[in-house]
Write a protein that binds this ligand. Structure first.
Ligand code: SAM
Ligand code: SF4
Length: 337
């Protein structure tokens, strides 16, 4: 039973999906995500795991039925499994339909079984290349072998793995077919994501990185029969099926096809700031309510409803004029990609 009529925004969109960044820190430095010399928030500013639980639970009671934990790298946050264990009680009550996470995979070999024990059934693993050298280049600090071991461990633990690949011009264009085939061979779906203008990335060039997912689809059509499907996962991805492999391929196209009209989500960062839209600067500080009214969940619920009532219609990302339009000062790792 919902505590209220749910979270409805001004455009009659029902908000049922919360993405939570539990840390802005990461053991990788992906070139499109952050600069090598990224500075992180002081640890004292982060919500404690108990505060994260209280906040997420308030959203769940108000109608959020899908919770995705992300970061930074969620699995580098100390004691994160305790948080998963605790919040998974809402799966037991039926308020939460799905608890899931997005990870770079580096720590999955350590935590896959524990995650499954907490009721997690699906994980998204970000992987842009299957070439060890290119992997070191794009992640700067990552090791491909460790991520592959993590994916093995996840599958062995019974987790369904979906691969997320950022489509990067001149970087993984030549691996499109091999990535798709590799996923098909391991019974994994794959989603291609267009690079978004989030945060300062040092000397890297966004326009140079951008490879339209429309072109990715056209390339797939050269090798496979691509069938449109009406399947949705409650997110912005559009899906096709490759007839020959039966595999599902997703496209997240914030630039070439705006997906805002069906947006059902909001994002919370690790210091308790709620972002009503990934691509707009507006936000609400829920930490001050959380800490200012430690025993008053009604005040928290009011603040959440007030924030949803100010959710904007959509983002303004645009590369169409050869420049970066709608650039955001925040990093994806800060907001929770
Ligand atoms: N560290 C975890 C990971 O890499 O999966 C979770 C956080 S990461 C910010 C979430 C997703 O955002 C990853 O799939 C990553 O590739 C993607 N991402 C990061 N920066 C991006 C950008 N500027 N444009 C598009 N996707 C981006
Ligand atoms: Fe870390 Fe994920 Fe950003 Fe890569 S994309 S630097 S793994 S947060």
């Amino acid at each position: 039973m919902l505590a209220s009529g749910g979270l409805i925004d001004p455009f009659a969109r029902r908000i049922t999906y919360l993405r939570v960044s539990v840390t802005d820190r990461c053991d990788f430095r992906c070139v499109y995500c952050m600069s090598e010399s990224m500075t992180f928030l002081p640890k004292a500013e982060l919500l404690t795991l108990e505060e994260l639980d209280r906040l997420c639970s308030a959203f769940i009671r108000e109608g959020v039925n899908k919770l995705r934990i992300t970061g930074g790298e969620p699995l580098v946050r100390r004691n994160i499994i305790e948080f998963f264990r605790s919040i998974s009680r809402h799966l037991g009550t039926g308020l939460l339909d799905e608890l899931t996470l997005t990870t770079n995979g580096s720590q999955l070999h350590r935590f896959a079984t524990a995650l499954h024990d907490c009721g997690i059934r699906r994980v998204n693993v970000s992987l842009d290349t299957l070439d060890a050298e290119k992997f070191s280049k794009v992640t700067r600090w990552g090791r491909l072998q460790q991520v592959l071991l993590g994916i093995d461990a996840a599958q062995q633990a019974g987790l369904r793995v979906k691969i997320n690949t950022v489509a990067l011009k001149g970087f993984n264009e030549d691996e499109l077919e091999s990535l798709v085939e590799w996923c098909a061979g391991r019974d994994m779906d794959i989603t291609f994501i267009e690079v978004m203008p989030m945060g300062d990335i040092g000397n890297e060039n966004r326009i140079g990185q951008y490879w339209s997912v429309k072109d990715v689809r056209a390339r797939l059509e050269e090798s496979w029969t691509v069938m449109d499907t009406a399947e949705r996962s409650g997110g912005p991805a559009r899906y096709v099926r490759l007839v020959e492999t039966g595999q599902k391929v997703g496209f997240i196209t914030p630039l070439s096809h705006n997906f805002c009209e069906s947006c059902n989500r909001v994002r919370l960062n690790c210091v308790g700031t709620l972002y009503q839209c990934l691509g707009q600067e507006g936000s609400v500080d829920l930490r001050s309510v959380l800490r200012g009214r430690p025993d008053d969940d009604a005040a928290l619920v009011d603040a959440i409803h007030a924030a949803i009532a100010r959710k904007p219609k959509g983002h303004d990302f645009d590369y169409s004029r050869g420049t970066v339009g709608g650039q955001m000062s925040r990093h994806m790792s800060h907001t929770g990609g």
